[in-house]
Design a protein around this ligand. Structure first.
Ligand SMILES: [Zn+2]
Ligand SMILES: [Zn+2]
Length: 1007
């Protein structure tokens, strides 16, 4: 065996594409040479523009899973592409460190059941330390996953929401709100989690709907002063009857009085029939029909007046326990009569406020009824449901009780059913700036209509933002209240706080509970002592403050509004919302802090189920990337579906098409490198210009270069508008079909020769491939950064030492109009069409593509014929036919046995299937050659290695006879000095390999 050249490219490109190994090496290359840092420096120094970016900070209460990674891949793609286009992007990391999610994670780790136990057993100081430890633990996990994924974020300049310097800048938002009277205290109905013992914001409520079981009861409320007359009411929250204050009907709806036995029942007319059916009442009579407004003012008997003394007191109020009219009453379901509990419902609360009715909220912090609830005191709200039903039954007021399964909001963190409670909270009155908020959002580019509409319709609800949380680990609400006169003040910096504090802050002071609560201020009005309101902030406010809080003043001016953000679709209620609300408050303008926002869909499991801990189907990134290639994962996530679609992630699919596409790109490079090195190709000398000047470029080269320009344009445009899967499809098609299956087969034979006469032609092919593959390497870089860097280092930089240090420092490709040739592309379309017709004709006649055939007749219009004539050489090569004839009309008579036919739009081919001995011999030779080529590959020979000899044994005698004239052709084809044919294996001592050939066994050996 002879190895012909010294520079063995096996050192650079292993025989197979082994992404895990390759990625490890490239990762080390990036780190050792500080490539990400150098990229930042490069673009800071020379750029075509600045693009601001703030990171949607992952909460450090868990590990990175594929749902997170999908967004990170999109972020990194955008960053790398923009950096290559010459922009400086502030691609800094950010970490969400505070709030309920972290607290609950720590509670779990500490094994405490609820907040009360936490404060008693652990205490605030230690708890805060534990929260920090947890944050750091998950930070390490995230960095490890990011590192494997190949993220190029700037971690040195990351922001951390729990640091004092961040909190102080976050407070500036509150200061602006305070000055505009948009921040204040209010009594309002908020969603409350009994487990977490804190209220949740409206946005948070939407994050956790679950299917739950609830009681569904129909009951009667008796009309006072009337004989046996009742309103029929329905509820799924019986405990709210304890806090019931009014009953509402729709003023413009019709209500019916019906006779059931000796009772009169009142309900909306349209629902009489279904309700009677539901309650099993067969005999009833319609007595009277009236408008809802005619029922207004009717007083009813509160059922528990005897056992809830507080209700007896409230009953004195003229409007308490009377019928009121409200437009929100739905008459299409239930009975069209709703009872109102202002302490437990938002509509109810507003209805009470409008009428100056006192709010009755007899609950403690654990959501248990207080002594104000009489016989129900001590019961947890939802546990009172069954007792209420029992009490109604005892009083003969219960009509039916059953269980319904329905969607109900649960706590997005602890999954407990939420309870609506009227509470004293701090609010951002964002409803007052809603018009500006909506206008600002309308000017943002959301790329796709679905998510845009979802976001806008959520924003239009325009509810106030309940900002206060009764928790520990969070940014403190910086409002102090005078104990004596009740005056309030907002402090917006540590400096101001220290100046005004009556105490000296301790050495270890930080802007957290309990330290911040230890500082009291002197009231400027009355000289009294001011204490801090004990709340911390909703953690969504922390991340929403990132545009201002993570930058300096100067940076904020330069980078905000930022250019482009990407987060999961649930962030319409989360970060996208809080960013927008806070920015409008901060600036006072109808301006969004981001110009574009891409919302991407969820990642589901392979069966399309939501990933959850309970199903055990969550795919975490660290283990995933231990076993799978980051590049393949990245390509897969972008390629599989539109970014807005939910994605069914199936790890088995990784090794299929995505791996194949990247593997093809890899092997194309190997092909180029091996051949180019053999012929001493020098890319600096043998440029496309050189090839053109030496007339060494042929039409397939021009065609490929022309197609490439379109790919550059399309991929750029599609990535720009986030049509990732279309961009990936373009790349896939070009790599797998255009380059690998169409261009390479046309030029491959030209490269087999080592004739010095045709050297220039070979160098021209290398110049073409060099240009095309390098361009592809750059286009792939934002998607598969490892593979691109590997090809860059091991192919391009090997042959051209003057190139920049990393692929990331290259310029993004631009389409070159001069290389475009639309007419030629059209001609090639015809060529490809005719070749594929030949293939199907071959298939019909069961003739392998490898077997050469004598003749084909192409039936096509003159124009197409001319196109094919221009490309005849390529056509014959691809079709593997010796001769082609062109006609406009199909021949009148053809021997069906001899001619295989295939047709397609506007074209038809007739393939001569007859094979004489020479064609048969060549066919046998090609079949054998293919087996030798495969064996060469298996044994690790380079395509350019020249073998000393190839041995074939135990081929049937007819095949041997046919093959004989082709032995020297075969030797050339498989790159060996000589091919030997043996009858028996025993004739020569060799390492025989068994191969199958058309159902028979042959033996092949190479040396
Ligand atoms: Zn909770
Ligand atoms: Zn005061």
């Amino acid at each position: 065996m002879a190895v012909k050249f010294k520079a063995d490219s096996r050192r650079w490109l292993t025989q197979g594409y082994n992404p895990l190994e390759l990625e490890k090496e490239i990762r080390e290359f990036w780190e050792t040479n500080q490539i990400p840092q150098k990229l930042i420096q490069l673009r800071e120094k020379t750029n075509v523009g600045i693009l601001g970016y703030v990171e949607g900070p992952p909460t450090l209460n868990g590990v990175q899973h594929v749902g997170h990674a999908r967004g990170r891949v999109m972020k990194d793609l955008r960053y790398r592409m923009k950096a290559m286009q010459g922009f400086y992007v502030t691609f800094r990391a950010g970490w969400d460190c505070q709030g309920l999610p972290v607290e609950l994670e720590v509670e779990r780790a500490l094994g405490v059941k609820n907040k009360k136990e936490l404060l008693e057993r652990v205490g605030e100081e230690r708890f805060v330390e534990e929260c920090k430890k947890t944050v750091m633990k998950y930070y390490r996990e995230w960095r490890s996953a990011d590192r494997k994924l190949g993220m190029f974020m700037d971690y040195d300049k990351a922001y951390w929401t729990y640091l004092d310097k961040y909190i102080e800048r976050e407070w500036q938002y509150l200061k602006r709100a305070w000055e505009q009277s948009l921040l204040g205290e209010g009594y309002y109905v908020v969603a409350y989690c009994p487990h977490c013992q804190t209220s949740l914001s409206n946005a948070e409520v939407g994050l956790g709907y679950e299917e739950v079981d609830d009681p569904s009861i129909y009951f009667k409320l008796k009309v006072r002063g009337a004989e046996n007359e009742y309103f029929i009411v329905w509820t799924t929250m019986p405990f709210t009857i304890i806090t019931d204050m009014m009953m509402a009907v729709h003023p413009e709806a019709e209500y019916a009085k019906i006779k059931v036995n000796d009772e009169t029942w009142v309900l909306t007319k349209g629902r009489v029939e279904p309700i009677m059916q539901k309650l099993g009442v067969k005999d009833y009579k319609l007595l009277e029909v009236m408008w809802g407004k005619e029922l207004k003012g009717i007083k009813y008997e509160y059922p528990f007046i005897d056992t809830v003394p507080k209700q007896r007191e409230l009953d004195e109020h003229p409007l308490v326990h009377t019928v009121v009219c409200e437009d929100f009453v739905d008459i299409s379901t239930a009975t069209g009569v709703v009872h109102l509990s202002p302490g437990n419902g938002e509509d109810d609360f507003l209805a009470a406020q409008k009428r100056d009715i006192p709010i009755y909220v007899p609950f403690d912090n654990e959501c248990r009824f207080t002594t104000d609830a009489g016989e129900f005191s001590g019961l947890f709200a939802r546990d009172a449901d069954s007792k209420v039903a029992d009490e109604l039954r005892k009083r003969g007021l219960l009509l039916s009780v059953e269980t319904v399964r329905h969607e109900y909001p649960t706590c997005w963190r602890s999954h407990h059913k939420l309870v609506w409670l009227a509470r004293r909270e701090y609010f951002l009155w964002t409803d007052r700036v809603n018009e500006k908020v909506v206008t600002a959002a309308e000017n943002v580019n959301f790329f796709f209509d679905g998510p845009k509409n979802r976001f806008l319709s959520f924003l239009k609800e325009g509810k106030p933002w309940c900002l206060s949380r009764e928790r520990v680990w969070g940014a403190p609400l910086p409002v102090w209240v005078c104990e004596k006169c009740g005056d309030k003040t907002l402090v917006a910096s540590k400096k101001e706080l220290f100046e005004r504090a009556l105490e000296t802050p301790s050495q270890d002071f930080e802007l957290h509970k309990p330290w911040v609560d230890r500082l009291t201020l002197k009231c400027e009005k009355c000289g009294g002592v001011m204490k801090r309101e004990p709340f911390v902030l909703d953690c969504w406010h922390d991340s929403g403050a990132s545009p201002y809080a993570s930058f300096t003043d100067e940076e904020f001016e330069k980078y905000v509004p930022v250019d482009f953000l990407v987060e999961a679709i649930d962030q319409t209620r989360g970060w996208a919302n809080s960013l927008l609300l806070e920015h409008v408050i901060l600036t006072g303008k109808a301006e969004s802090p981001y110009k574009a926002f891409l919302f991407y869909g969820f990642v589901l499991d392979e069966k399309g189920r939501k990933m959850s801990k309970s199903l055990g189907n969550v795919i975490e990134m660290n283990p995933l990337l231990e076993r799978n290639s980051a590049d393949v994962c990245r390509f897969y996530m972008l390629w599989k579906c539109s970014p807005t679609d939910s994605m069914n992630f199936d790890t088995r699919e990784l090794s299929k098409r995505p791996y194949q596409v990247l593997g093809t790109l890899y092997h194309l490079h190997r092909f180029l490198m091996q051949n180019a090195e053999y012929d001493n190709f020098n890319p600096r000398e043998h440029t496309l210009k050189w090839a053109s000047e030496n007339n060494a470029l042929k039409s397939p080269d021009h065609w490929l270069l022309s197609k490439l320009q379109r790919v550059v344009r399309e991929v750029t445009e599609k990535l720009e508008v986030c049509d990732f899967q279309f961009a990936m499809a373009e790349l896939e098609e070009f790599v797998v079909n255009v380059v690998s299956r169409q261009y390479i087969p046309v030029v491959r034979r030209e490269l087999w020769s080592d004739d010095p006469e045709t050297l220039n032609r070979r160098l021209a092919v290398y110049a073409t491939l060099w240009h095309v593959l390098k361009t592809l390497t750059l286009l792939f870089n934002p998607v598969t950064p490892y593979l691109s860097e590997a090809m860059y280092q091991r192919v391009y930089k090997q042959l051209d030492k003057t190139l920049p240090e990393s692929v990331n420092f290259e310029d993004w490709p631009k389409p070159d109009k001069l290389l475009q040739d639309k007419a030629l592309e059209q001609e090639f379309e015809n060529l490809i069409q005719s070749v594929s017709l030949v293939y199907s004709a071959r298939q019909n006649a069961q003739l392998k593509r490898r077997w050469p055939l004598q003749k084909v007749i192409v039936v096509a219009p003159k124009k197409v014929q001319n196109a094919l004539k221009n490309l005849e050489e390529a056509f014959l090569e691809l079709a593997n036919v010796k001769k082609v004839e062109y006609v406009e009309k199909p021949p009148e008579e053809t021997d069906e046995k001899r001619w295989a036919l295939a047709l397609d739009e506007g074209m038809q081919v007739l393939l001569d299937t007859s094979r004489d001995e020479s064609l048969l011999g060549e066919g046998v030779m090609r079949d054998l050659a293919r087996r030798v080529q495969a064996l060469r590959k298996e044994l690790g020979f380079m395509p350019t290695d020249i073998l000393d000899g190839v041995h074939v044994a135990e081929l049937d005698s007819e095949s041997v006879r046919l093959l004989k004239p082709y032995l020297s052709d075969m030797a050339e084809l498989v790159r060996t000095r000589k091919v030997y044919v043996h009858k028996e294996r025993s004739e020569v001592k060799a390492e025989w390999n068994e191969r199958r050939l058309d159902g028979k066994t042959v033996y092949v050996a190479i040396e």
